[in-house]
Design a protein around this ligand. Structure first.
Ligand SMILES: [Zn+2]
Length: 367
């Protein structure tokens, strides 16, 4: 049976799904009811960026987008692109004080955690992602090289949180770094150990480490999906040596907000190039709990004693070529190339909002 004939696979566990369904039933037809304020500045006033009805429409559009471009697959990997863990109808709002984007309302944190643990990461799809993203992670390791504190006698110690496929860990090891990967997902850590990598199935809060241990900590995935990043940052910042780096990769909330404002002004046919850019970068429907801007994230990190060192514009890593029809692969390369060119030409300052960049790598230093 082809994937097209199957119903969408929902990655939420049953318990989490009941929360999500309850939200989708109410939020589509009613004015959103705030269930939470801004976790950065604690303000409760917000302005609407994208209504739940609009998110519903974008989700349908995203499904059509990928069904048209994906090969029929024996596994359900194509659906992962439009059936995200944050797959419930809600509004996207912006904090009136600090500009943080967040989903409102949203399920309880316990339901969100259960949803992530229920997400499938089979060995075959992880292996394919690992092979595809090698070059991308090589560029990330090369970039981090320029920011690591220089130590003549010992190799840099680098911790990756939520290592996913293990691509960055492998590239760091190839550069001679002492790498450690921390991930709560059993399938991912199991695969990492089979490759001989130093992976630990745990969260940073449960790891129980103390003292200044690492030259750099990287969070390439999932920072925007943390219900409350405070416990993680309270645990991780003291582990970074003086002069060391915390690198966080985020979907750019400022980019999504700018795109939604532009999209609302455009006639429908003219939206297609913008929607394609958003879809190829996983920004359509904004399936993340939080959307930080570079300015907002810098302000948030300063409360943990970290200072901004650099901000780099980027796009989402490429989809494995074998999963796409040939013309879709070409379209993806052209769209992402266009995004990178637009970012480079606009020459946005380090402290600007980088609104043309779908994704950002933000480097913070511990003084
Ligand atoms: Zn705020």
């Amino acid at each position: 049976m082809s994937r097209q004939s199957e119903g969408p696979r929902h990655p939420l566990s049953q318990a989490a799904r009941s929360d999500a369904d309850r939200i989708s039933e109410t939020s589509l037809h009613e004015r959103p009811r705030p269930s939470a304020g801004c976790h950065v500045c604690h303000a409760t006033q917000w302005t609407l960026v994208c209504s739940s009805g609009e998110i519903f429409s974008q989700r349908r559009q995203l499904e059509r987008f990928y069904r048209r471009r994906w090969h029929a697959q024996p596994s359900g990997t194509s659906e992962d692109r439009w059936i995200f863990t944050q797959n419930y109808l809600t509004s996207i709002v912006a904090c009136l004080e600090c500009g943080l984007l967040y989903r409102n309302p949203r399920p309880r944190p316990e339901a969100i955690t259960r949803a992530y643990l229920a997400t499938r990461n089979d060995h075959e799809s992880v292996r394919t992602e690992f092979e595809t993203q090698g070059r991308w992670f090589r560029s990330k390791a090369g970039m981090l090289c320029g920011y690591l504190p220089v130590r003549s006698r010992t190799a840099p110690r680098v911790l990756e949180i939520g290592g996913g496929t293990g691509g960055f860990l492998a590239e760091g090891q190839a550069l001679g770094w002492e790498m450690l990967d921390l991930d709560p997902d059993h399938a991912l850590t199991d695969l990492g150990r089979r490759r001989g990598s130093a992976t630990l199935q745990s969260t940073i809060e449960d790891a129980g480490w103390s003292g200044e241990t690492f030259d750099a900590v990287t969070i390439w995935n999932s920072f925007g999906q943390l219900s409350d990043p405070h416990p993680l940052l309270n645990s991780v910042v003291p582990l970074i040596r003086s002069g060391g780096m915390l690198v966080i990769r985020i979907p750019n909330g400022a980019c999504f907000e700018w795109a939604m404002a532009l999209r609302a002004k455009l006639p429908k046919p003219w939206r297609r190039p913008l929607d394609a850019a958003l879809a190829w970068n996983d920004l359509l429907t904004f399936p993340y709990l939080y959307g930080y801007s570079p300015v907002g994230l810098t302000s948030f990190m300063s409360s943990f004693g970290l200072t901004l060192r650099a901000c780099h514009a980027d796009t989402l890593p490429s989809v494995p070529a074998a999963r796409l029809k040939w013309w879709a692969g070409l379209e993806e390369r052209m769209v992402k190339g266009g995004c990178r060119t637009a970012c480079a030409v606009s020459r946005q300052p380090v402290r600007g909002d980088f609104h043309l960049a779908p994704w950002l790598d933000v480097y913070f230093e511990r003084p």
